[in-house]
Design a protein around this ligand. Sequence first.
Ligand code: CA
Length: 326
Amino acid sequence: MNIGSRISTGIDFDRDGKQVGYLNLPHSSDISAHGNICIPIAVIRNGDGPTALFEGGNHGDEYEGQVGLLKLIRSLQPDQIRGRVIILPSANFPAVEAGTRNSPIDGGNLNRSFPGDPNGGPTDMIAHYVDALIGEADIFVDLHSGGRTLRFLPYVMTRLTPRTPQAANMAALHAFGAPVAVVAGPEREERYAWSSAERRGIPCLTGEFGGSGQLSIEGLRIVERGVHNVLVHMGILRANAIPAPPTRVLASRGRTFSPDNGMFEPHFDVGDTVEAGALGGLVHFFDDPLREPRPVHIVHSGTIISMHHSGLTRRGDALFWVAGAA
Ligand code: CA
């Protein structure tokens, strides 16, 4: 595989067996003039067959995908599979190390950096490399959560657009076996990791499995089952799928943004059902006690799938994200 990157690795992507090592991204810094950022990667291969690519740690402060993939790296053995599994558990490693969404080195948001740039900063270089790996995959699974500023109802997600393999995406979505799934359409934002899969016409799942800067036990369980079931679905893992309840499929309806700066008192929680126009909460003005709080009216009817996590809010924060029956 010729990726055309300064990132090097001792991993041979075409070799049978289990290899666990690093992508070495040269980074000349004040504390390490000739140093590398070492990004963990695992390649498990057994003969010809499909390739599944799993990514966690696209955002550093999202944990269910990272921990689920670390567990997969340790447990999965070549004789259990046919084909190839490529696992990047902590893709934006500097952000993972810092416990932040974006890279502390260059401020880069990996999930707004695709298709990347081999001559850019570390985050762009990582995006460029992952974009090339996506091009080698028969399915790409990018595991997210809400990080420190959002919390989510755990769900698996895919996107149906004229350029995506819609039937394959929906089949993988149902195979994953999450209690809730969200189906999204085209977006103006084209710099996501999944945008790379879309451009290349490669089946792709993503998902949000928790948030608030914590590791959700329920979210991790859904991730572990989903990763297993996708590998079975793709004909890579020779095992039975783990039984799951039927998936409730929702479509995104839209977000409600904060109208002001202050302290947010929510009147609902993730998973609640709301009607458009409902009083979603109040923004309180801590610097002006006699001022009446400002109401926040929810814009869309449906199920709340994501909420702003911090008690503080600023105008323009996404306070609620609502989805409804697909
Ligand atoms: Ca994320």
